[in-house]
Design a protein around this ligand. Structure first.
Ligand code: DX5
Ligand code: ZN
Length: 216
């Protein structure tokens, strides 16, 4: 079964707990939490105090996606705040520091993830695949919810699936951006097993049906 991670960026920020309960009742097992620093991406969103508040509110898996420069500076805070998965972008620091960042996340007892932006080739994250519990392929330019799905990212998903099968078969392969009832099909066909869904999930009239359809 696939995993659906509703993105809380699309939740009603004034009624986050209400939306979390609705999503939990609809079957959500993971929540995707986007962290943006106004620098790595041209937008701001949540910080570690939000992750900490979410941790007190739900026992579901918190899948924290850091879209911040030099994330090594904040690894401890996000781990302490209660992230289950902490994903950093390969473009956010030097190769040496990215490697050290993933090691630091793991040393904190949290599952480490690596993400690539649409223009970044698979080769950029190959050196880190063995260290990771999750690989995140962006299917939009990071920074904003509600953008159109980039189907041309699918060869990247397929290539990563093949590599992971060889060297790290238990690693999750996640897609993020523009995932809905229709676009999720091709993501799964190419090997993604974790589907982040923001606007499509939060706007779905029947969230239970939305989640169970994507899970299949
Ligand atoms: C974009 C974020 C996504 C976003 C997805 O930078 O990483 O997680 O919330 O939103 P949708 O599903 O609306 O594209
Ligand atoms: Zn995200």
């Amino acid at each position: 079964m696939n995993i659906v991670a509703p993105s809380l960026l699309a939740a009603d920020q004034m009624h986050m707990e209400r939306d979390i309960r609705v999503l939990e009742n609809a079957g959500a097992k993971w929540f995707h939490v986007d962290v943006m620093d106004g620098n790595f991406v041209p937008n701001f969103s949540f910080g570690y105090s939000t992750v900490s508040a979410l941790r007190k509110t739900t026992n579901r898996v918190l899948d924290v996606h850091l879209m911040i420069d030099r994330p090594i500076r904040y690894v401890e805070q996000f781990c302490k705040a209660g992230a289950d998965y902490l994903t950093v972008h390969v473009e956010a620091d030097t190769p040496e520091n990215i490697s050290a960042t993933l090691d630091k996340i793991t040393a904190c007892g949290v599952k480490a993830g690596i993400s690539i932006k649409p223009k970044t080739p698979v080769s950029a994250i190959e050196p880190y695949l063995e260290k990771c519990s999750l690989v995140l392929v962006m299917t939009v330019e990071p920074g904003f919810g509600g953008q159109s799905f980039m189907a041309d990212m699918m060869p990247k998903v397929a290539a990563l699936k093949e590599k992971l099968q060889q060297i790290n078969p238990t690693c999750h392969l996640e897609v993020d951006g523009g995932v809905d009832i229709n676009t999720s099909v091709v993501c799964k066909e190419n090997g993604a097993n974790v589907l982040v869904a923001g606007s499509a999930c939060l706007k779905a009239a029947d969230k239970k049906e939305f989640i169970s359809t994507l899970e299949k």
